[in-house]
Design a protein around this ligand. Sequence first.
Ligand code: SF4
Length: 150
Amino acid sequence: MTYLQRSATSRRQFLKTSGTMVAMIPVINLLGCSDDSSPTAPQPQETPAQPTPPPQQPPAAAPAQRSPAAGTAMPKLEESDPTARALAYVHDANDVDASQQPRYEDGQRCDNCSLYAADSSDEADWGGCSIFPGKLVNANGWCNAWVRMR
Ligand code: SF4
């Protein structure tokens, strides 16, 4: 087969294919322009006007848990508690090894941490802490989650 014969064959093939596609255009138009109001066509759903919800507030830190009632103090956090150990909690901030705790600064204590909530029970030197829910931390304590009061 010569180049000219191949070229003629390709042209015939192209024209045949093009003719078929041109013949399909009315069919495609009919399908594309079907009546949207037919019973099978999906209808836009109307939703009743909803009141606009108030803007979302950023989640606040969970309030420190206090004892359920005066005289029913929560248990005291143990320094050996796994979470306490992970945060280097100590009952007395004077025991903090500043060389091991770069976040520690002199004067930081639980009772001047914004996460501390003084307890109203008999445990005057102990209070709640949102880092350790359900446990009391010592007012003189410290951990590396200490947060400055605003
Ligand atoms: Fe104390 Fe604050 Fe640490 Fe709680 S987060 S243990 S109050 S230093």
